[in-house]
Design a protein around this ligand. Structure first.
Ligand code: MTE
Ligand code: MO
Length: 421
């Protein structure tokens, strides 16, 4: 599968779409255009402040609508979602076991049997009529396997408030709205070609079988976000296995999209149909949602988000404590949607001195690397640990992330609080 950087054509695509959208030359898929404009207007002002403290509000009750158990040592429940406690990854390998992989549900996990499931591919970008695929049909197509992270675009959002004192709206994730798995399935390109994708196709719109999303009294319809045909035909999978097992219910059983390096929302779970369109498409998920609004961005908002940004996290609870003068092995992970990670530096003195962490994995595109560094804590009291990644495109995590109203793509170095006792 190709892993060539697509950034330029991706950027171009999204800029063109944005122009088409603002000039009314694109179709709103399953949603009233005026309602869509209202959503965009609402997105351009910051919503309610997320809790200023990043301290996990550990709830004993399960997240409504999540099927798997969510023990509080592994997860922090946030509304309909479950965040992985990053410290719980310390004992895991490169791959995140399904029982500790974060869950982001707009509504609730539907129970769908593989035997009854059908995928319908349809739309003006096909040379013929709709084509159905059963689960058994997919299993007869060539299988491909790929290690990739899925990360929510809002991962680390709470640090806009707690570290930069800025208002953002959305789920107050700390670092754990990410997991990496080995996905097996078929190429979306193979399915689209079998369905008769035409040369006129421009957008591919997968839609989930979970319930319609009601947001502040407005029915947004079922979860769906268009992909440019170039990406859809490149490295996107229709995955039916996660880490060697059938997809678990919460992660899209029986079939989900895996869109390597892109924002989590692109990875549509429980996919039931895919529209292939000869015209550009817009839904709430690429107009009001998943774009950047705020003083540091174009007045009409940024182009729809494509790739994830870069981040680093310690496999430690926020506020962890360490005995003074005893050597510890700090461990963590870094990742970038833009390019493989090149290097990671760690500072234990608040950012004055930095040293290289040891990388424990071969950096690969669309995956994370584990790293470690020794530390002998000295002065007693409160301190911060910092980790900073640089990727092969030359990007380094900045000290401050550029604010946006919905708190997407936080990329700044996180000041991880610790206490030496
Ligand atoms: N059908 C459907 N697909 C979906 C979602 C959803 O709510 N419904 N959430 C999206 C978002 S915002 C993210 S971050 C990822 C999360 O995938 P996970 O729950 O398997 O970790 O799924 C995406 N796909
Ligand atoms: Mo997400």
């Amino acid at each position: 599968m190709s892993s060539a950087p697509l950034s330029e054509s991706e950027d171009h695509y999204e800029r063109v779409r944005l122009r088409q959208w603002s000039r009314g030359r694109a179709r709103s898929a399953g949603f009233d255009r005026r309602e869509l404009l209202k959503l965009v207007a609402a997105a351009s002002v910051a919503g309610p402040l997320v809790p200023a403290t990043a301290a996990p509000a550990r709830a004993a009750a399960p997240a409504p609508g999540v099927v798997k158990p969510l023990p509080p040592e592994l997860f922090t429940v946030r509304g309909t979602n479950a965040e992985t406690n990053f410290a719980a990854l310390r004992s895991t390998g490169l791959l995140t076991p399904a029982d500790r992989f974060f869950v982001r549900n707009h509504t609730a996990t539907p129970r769908i049997s593989a035997a009854d499931w059908r995928l319908t591919v349809w739309g003006s970008g096909l040379t013929g009529g709709p084509v159905d695929f059963s689960y058994a049909d997919l299993r007869t197509l060539p299988a491909v396997t790929r290690t990739a992270f899925v990360e929510c675009a809002g991962n680390a959002r709470s640090f806009y408030a707690s570290q930069q004192n800025q208002q953002v709206s959305g789920t107050a994730w700390t670092m754990g709205a990410i997991g990496t798995a080995r996905w097996r399935g078929v190429r979306l390109a193979d399915v689209l070609r079998r369905a008769g994708i035409g040369r006129n196709a421009v957008d591919v719109l997968p839609r989930g079988l979970d319930a319609e999303v009601i947001s502040e009294g407005v029915n947004l319809g079922r979860v769906r976000r268009p992909l440019p045909v170039e990406k859809a035909l490149d490295d996107v999978l229709l995955a039916y296995e996660m880490n060697g097992e059938p997809l678990p219910p919460d992660h899209g059983h029986p079939v989900r999209l895996i869109v390597p390096s892109w924002v989590g929302i692109a990875n549509i779970k429980w996919v039931g149909d895919i529209e292939v369109s000869a015209e550009p498409l817009f839904t709430p998920w690429n107009t009001g949602l998943y774009r950047l609004f705020g003083p540091g961005h174009p007045p009409e908002g940024s182009a729809p988000l494509t790739r994830q940004t870069l981040k680093s996290a310690f496999e430690l609870d926020l506020g962890a404590s360490f005995p003074a003068h005893r050597r510890v092995l700090l461990t963590g992970r870094s990742w970038s949607g833009g390019a493989p990670v090149r290097s990671v530096e760690v500072s234990t003195d608040g950012g004055t001195r930095w040293r290289r962490a040891r990388l424990r994995d071969e950096p690969r595109s669309g995956s994370w690397v584990r790293w470690s560094a020794d530390w002998v804590p000295r002065g007693r009291g409160a301190g911060v640990l910092l980790a900073r990644a640089t990727d092969r495109s030359g990007r380094t995590q900045p000290e401050v992330a550029v604010h946006n109203t919905q708190g997407y793509l936080f990329d700044a170095v996180v000041r991880h609080p610790v206490t030496v006792v």
